[in-house]
Design a protein around this ligand. Structure first.
Ligand SMILES: Cc1ncc(COP(=O)(O)O)c(C=O)c1O
Length: 354
C-alpha cells in the first residue's frame, strides 16, 4: 500500500466543479475575454519570448509596475500563480502545528482548506444573518484564541458586502498577529486598503488579475506587505514559480489597465440594475454587493438552479451544509445581454407559471 502523508484523504476538496455553460455566471469570472487591443499586444509580446530562459526579467518588470502604481518599494511586492498561490503561501508561512487562523464564515471556502493544508487550526467566526461582520467581536476572537493569522475577504465572497477602510484599519491596529486582506474583488468596490500597509507591519493585501482584468486562465495574483513580511513569505515559494507566458501577458495587461475601466464601470452599473430588478421579484431576498456578483436567497433555490441549468445557464448553488448559505444562489455579473437573459429566466421560473 502506498504510504501517503497523514490525513491526506481527509483533506476537504474545493466544491466548485467547473462545467461549461452557454451563459457561465457561476465562478465570478469576467464573461469577456481581453479587450481586442490588449489581446493583440499580448499576442505580439508572446511571439518575442525567450522560452529557453528562466523568467527573471519578466517577473521583475511586473513587480516594478505594481510597486510604482501603489507607491511602494519593489521589495514589498510578491507575485503568485493566481492569488490562490499567494493565500496558500501566507497560510503556510503563519501556519504549522498549534497555530490558529481566524476567518469569517460564510466567506471564501478555500480558507478552511488552506488552514488544514498548512497544518494549522481553522477557527471560523460567524457573520450575522445579514452577513455583517461584528468587528469588535472578531478582534476579540482573534485575541482570545491567540491566532497567528486573521483573514478577511473584502468585498466578501460569496456574500458581496464590504467593510469600510476604517473598519479594516481598526482590525489591523487592534491585533498583533498577521492580517491577510483578500481583495480579489476590490476593483468593483473601489476602496482598497493597500495604502494602510505602510502603517501596519502585520497587514498583507492579496490581489488578483482573475476578476477585474479577466485573466483567470493565466493565473496571476500579487501581494503587498512590508519588506520584512514579503522576505519571510518569499521563503515559502519555489524558485521560478511563475511561468513566462503568464508574466509577459500580465505585464502588458497591467500596462494597459486603463482599457479595462469601461468594463468595470459597466459591471458596476449592471450589478445595480440586476439588484434592483431582482428585488422586484416576489420572495427573493437580494443581498447588497460591492463585487462582480450578487447573492440572493429564495425558498426554491435548488429548483431554480436546476431550471437555469436546463437552459444551459450556470449559476452557483451552495450545499445546504455551507454555513449560513441555505437556499442561497450567487450570480456573477455578465454582459447586459447575458444579465437580461438570466433575469428573464429567473422571473419566468418564479412568476411565470412554473
Ligand atoms: C475571495 C477570493 N480570493 C481568491 C480567489 C482566488 O482567485 P485567483 O487564484 O484566480 O486569483 C478567489 C477566486 O474565486 C476568491 O473568490
Amino acid at each position: 500500500m502506498l504510504n501517503y502523508r497523514n490525513e491526506l484523504d481527509k483533506m476537504p476538496s474545493y466544491d466548485g466543479v467547473e462545467k461549461s455553460y452557454r451563459i457561465k455566471v457561476n465562478a465570478n469570472e469576467s464573461t469577456m475575454n481581453l479587450p481586442p487591443l490588449v489581446e493583440e499586444r499580448v499576442i505580439n509580446r508572446l511571439a518575442l519570448l525567450a522560452f529557453n530562459r528562466y523568467p527573471n526579467e519578466e517577473y521583475y518588470s511586473l513587480v516594478e509596475q505594481i510597486a510604482k502604481n501603489f507607491s511602494v518599494d519593489t521589495s514589498q511586492v510578491l507575485l503568485g500563480s493566481g492569488s490562490s498561490e499567494i493565500i496558500e503561501k501566507v497560510f503556510h508561512a503563519f501556519g504549522g502545528a498549534g497555530h490558529k487562523v481566524v476567518y469569517p464564515q460564510p466567506s471564501f471556502s478555500m480558507y478552511k482548506i488552506y488552514a488544514k493544508a498548512a497544518d494549522a487550526e481553522g477557527v471560523p467566526f460567524n457573520l450575522d444573518e445579514k452577513f455583517n461582520l461584528n468587528v469588535d467581536e472578531f478582534i476579540k476572537k482573534i485575541r482570545e484564541v491567540n491566532a497567528s493569522l486573521a483573514v478577511v475577504c473584502n468585498p466578501n465572497n460569496p456574500t458581496g458586502n464590504a467593510l469600510t477602510p476604517a473598519q479594516i484599519e481598526k482590525i489591523a491596529a487592534s491585533i498583533e498577529c498577521a492580517f491577510l486582506l483578500d481583495e480579489a474583488y476590490v476593483e468593483f468596490y473601489g476602496r482598497s486598503a493597500v495604502n494602510l500597509v505602510k502603517n501596519y507591519s502585520n497587514l498583507i493585501v492579496a490581489r488578483t488579475f482573475s476578476k477585474a482584468y479577466g485573466m483567470a486562465g493565466a493565473r496571476v495574483g500579487y501581494m503587498i506587505a512590508q519588506p520584512e513580511v514579503t522576505r519571510m513569505i518569499n521563503r515559502t515559494f519555489m524558485p521560478y514559480h511563475m511561468n513566462v507566458l503568464t508574466l509577459a501577458a500580465a505585464d502588458i495587461v497591467y500596462q494597459m489597465r486603463d482599457e479595462f475601466v469601461p468594463r468595470l464601470q459597466m459591471i458596476i452599473a449592471e450589478r445595480k440594475r440586476m439588484s434592483e430588478r431582482l428585488k422586484k421579484i416576489r420572495d427573493v431576498e437580494v443581498f447588497p454587493s460591492e463585487a462582480n456578483f450578487i447573492l440572493i436567497r429564495l425558498a426554491r433555490a435548488e429548483e431554480l438552479k436546476n431550471y437555469l441549468e436546463s437552459l444551459d445557464i450556470g449559476i452557483r448553488y451552495f450545499s445546504p451544509n455551507a454555513f449560513g448559505l441555505k437556499n442561497c444562489l450567487r450570480i456573477s455579473i455578465g454582459t447586459r445581454i447575458e444579465n437580461d437573459e438570466v433575469f428573464s429566466a429567473i422571473k419566468y421560473f418564479l412568476e411565470g407559471g412554473q
